[in-house]
Structure formats: C-alpha cells, structure tokens
Design a binder for this molecule. Structure first.
Ligand code: NAD
Length: 416
C-alpha cells in the first residue's frame, strides 16, 4: 500500500532525479538521492533548495525549505541507499545496460518487499525487470519534465508487474500530488508518447512531402487548435531529433530480446524511416533544437530559449484535420492495442502536452467520418512507402459503421 511507503531512494540526481526527490520529500517521504559523484549530488541539492525557495516565496509550501530539504539524504553508495527503502525510483541515463546493472544491484541490496520503479522514457520495463529476482515488483513510473511542475505520471505495467505493484504505484502517484495514467502494456513509447506520435509523424511527413512549411504547421497548431506550441516548436524544446535517434539505435536490440515491445510493423517502419530521413541527419548536423541553439528555429544560444515568432496569418495555410486525422488514427490504435483507455489517452494529451482538449475530444468535434475520409484521401496520394501509415484503425471504422461519428450525433468517443 502506498501509505506504507515512507522511504524512497531516487537513483540519479540529474534533470529528472532531483525533481523527483523534491516532490517525494514534499509529500513527507524520507528520500535517499544517489548519484555517481558528490559534485553531482551537491548540484542536485542546490537546485532542490532553489526550487523550494521559489515555492516558499509564493507561499505554495507550508513547511520551511530546510525542513523539506532535510528529508533528502545523499550518497554515492547505491547498496547503502536502498538497504531499508520501501520504494525506489531510478532516473539514471537512458541506457538499457546501465539500467539493468542498476536494477540488479538494487535488487541484491533492497528489502525483498521494496518496489523498484524505472523512469525510463522508452526502454522496456519488462527487460529491466528481468535483471532482478523480483520482476513482479518492478514497474515503470514515467514522470514528465520538470517533475516539480508537470501533473502527469505514466505508470507502466511491465509483463511481470503484479496488480499490487501497479496499484501501489498508482496510489503513490496520487499521494505525491500527481495524476496517474496507466499504460497497460509495456510497449514502445508507452501510452503518452505513443499516442502523440501520429501528430508528430504526420507533421514530419507533410513537411517531407513539401505540402507545408514548418511555420505553417506550427501556426495552425497554435492559432487554430490553441495548442501551447506546434509539433516543430515542441521538437526543438525537447530535443526530439536526438530522442528519436536514440530510440532508433536501441529498438532493434530491445526487439531481439522482447519482440512484443513493438507489435505494430507499420509503426516500426514509419518511425524508422522518419528517423533516417529527418531525425538522424538533423541530430548529426547539430540541429537538435534549443539545446544546440538551432533546430527548426534559431535560438539566442545553446540552451537559451526564446519562443519562436510565428505569424498568425500562416495558420490559414494548413487545415487542422490534415494533421489531426493521423493523430486520432495513431491514438485510436493505442486504444485498439489495449495500451490505454480513451480517457487516459486524452488525459495524456491534456496533461503531458498541454492540449486544451484531448485528441479524441477533437475527433468528436471534427467528426469521425471526416477523420476516416481524410486518412483515405491521404493514403491515395502519398508515396507507396507511406501508405500503410494512413490505414484507418479498426475502432474508427467501426464507429463510422455504427454511426457514432461524434458530437454532431451526440455519440463519438464520448457521449454528449
Ligand atoms: N529529461 C527528460 O525530459 C526526461 C523526461 C522523462 C523521463 N526521462 C528519463 O529519465 C531518466 C534520466 O534522465 P535525465 O534527463 O534526468 O538525465 P540526466 O543525465 O540529467 O541525469 C542522470 C543522472 O544519473 C547519474 N548517473 C549516471 N550513472 C549513474 C549510476 N550508475 N548511479 C547513479 N546515478 C547515475 C548522472 O550522473 C546524472 O546526474 C532517463 O531514463 C530519461 O529517459 C527524462
């Protein structure tokens, strides 16, 4: 039970780890933060104190900075840190060998009842769990960046994760003040990023086919759909081309050991092609986005963010449904594949990506029949290698057959 969790080890005190440690300490837990050097730990603690100081200034916390910070002990000795924990959250760099080594060591030293969670963004939770002798107590706990601010946590049900481990983790998220969604399957990119991927992929394909410019697509997203930013702006902010390059590099290795990690050959193929044609070359040219000072837009300097200026008139150049159709289709596949519920998928769009509405809420407004027709039109005109990406998901086809075409008839993904 999550109420019994009082001691948490956070492994890795970097971008994610220090934020996770802070949130855990704020919820009253004793935290052991582990990193490879005292300097990294010192840096992590300084960031935590700075952030707590800001919260105290805004009167957003009831305890003093010192009281909360004193709940966080630091060490470079993982074995020591986990010896009396109830729960571990691993946030070391995204490397399968490193994660497996970390879990094997934690497993040897943590109490047998302790749950071991990984904050991996896209590696197989199942594979990581198999590095331990307690795979039923291993789970994915995917926080969003920055952990202090973002309300969503994606809980990933590995192949061996027990119901009890999953439930304890969902409860713990709530206790930490977060909103959990469950990715019911341990699958490539889990639920949030997997369901959002159609949106990004379509933007990339339209750009690749020369149908629209980067700024036109982003303008449509900002000004027509009222999203906080367009797909290319977001890619620049997160360094998406590097993430996709990393995913491309690791996926075949994961699939050799765990073929279920990507059961959809269409998705695997299209993502690999987009990585080869766009992400990898851009990453290698140093166009990773804000962090290198240049991506789809130019920034004041490496790591310095300035919101790209995008003129409102450009929004007229792209019809929202052109990209939304693929976004709905890909998200719908996640529901069909049993990765997540309709509600949880929409929650991801709203809480992880800041959309004003979930992708299925948009689908209901635009009409499911219009989404399906757009997909079919696109399929007819795109190059052969892209055609299968536009095959409408069977859930959408069934909804059209059943007349559940959206808000206009009072029933689509939701009832009205
Ligand atoms: N940055 C993001 O936006 C984001 C979002 C969600 C999830 N994640 C995931 O969180 C994990 C951590 O990412 P990050 O961005 O915080 O990386 P990071 O590089 O900022 O931090 C990783 C930290 O782990 C430390 N470390 C390395 N080896 C270690 C070991 N053996 N034991 C203990 N500590 C070790 C490093 O010194 C570093 O401080 C990754 O799996 C990443 O995919 C990242």
């Amino acid at each position: 039970m999550s109420s019994e969790i009082s001691v948490i080890a956070v492994i890795g005190g970097g971008i994610m780890g220090h934020g996770i440690a802070q949130v855990s300490a704020l919820a009253g837990c004793q935290v052991r933060m582990v990193d490879v050097s005292e300097d990294f730990l010192k840096g992590g603690v300084e960031k935590i104190k700075w952030s707590l100081g800001k919260l105290a200034e805004k009167k957003a916390i009831s305890e003093s900075v010192e009281t909360v910070a004193n709940r966080i002990a630091t060490t470079t000795n993982l074995a020591d840190a986990v010896k009396d924990i109830d729960y571990m959250i691993e946030a070391v760099p995204e490397n399968i060998d490193l994660k497996m080594k970390t879990f094997a060591e934690a497993d040897k030293n943590a109490p047998p009842d302790a749950i071991l969670a990984t904050n991996t963004s896209g590696l197989s939770v199942t594979m990581i769990s198999e590095a331990t002798k307690r795979p039923s107590k291993v789970v994915g706990m995917h926080w969003m960046n920055p952990p202090q601010m973002m309300p969503l946590i994606e809980v990933i049900n590995g192949k061996h994760t027990s119901d009890e481990t999953l439930k304890t983790t969902v409860d713990l998220c709530q206790r930490l003040g977060k909103q959990p969604v469950v990715a019911r399957k341990d699958i490539w990119f889990f639920l949030a990023a997997r369901s959002e991927m159609g949106w990004d992929t379509e933007a990339n394909l339209m750009w690749l086919r020369g149908e629209a410019k980067v700024e036109e697509i982003d303008a449509m997203a900002r000004y027509k759909l009222n999203l906080p930013m367009g797909p290319f702006e977001l890619a620049d902010l997160t360094g998406a081309v590097d993430i996709m390059k990393g995913a491309y590099t690791s996926i075949d290795k994961i699939l050799t050991k765990n073929p279920d990690f990507e059961p959809d050959p269409v998705r695997l193929y299209i993502l690999k092609r987009v990585a080869e044609l766009i992400s990898i070359p851009r990453s290698e040219e140093g166009k990773s986005g804000m962090k290198t000072g240049e991506g789809y837009y130019k920034y004041p300097g490496p790591g310095k963010y300035a919101r790209p200026e995008i003129s409102k008139e450009l929004a007229e150049k792209v019809a929202p449904i052109e990209i939304l159709a693929s976004a709905v289709n890909t998200a719908s596949r996640c529901v069909t594949e049993g990765v997540g519920s309709i509600e949880d998928t929409d929650k991801c769009f709203k809480l992880a990506f800041g959309w004003p509405k979930g992708v299925f809420e948009f689908a209901d407004e635009f009409g499911i029949h219009n989404i399906v027709n757009t997909l079919r039109e696109k399929k007819a005109r795109v190059p052969d290698w892209q055609k299968s990406f536009y095959e409408p998901d069977r859930l959408l086809l069934r909804m059209v057959e059943d007349g559940k075409i959206g808000k206009i008839v009072g029933q689509g993904f939701y009832k009205y």
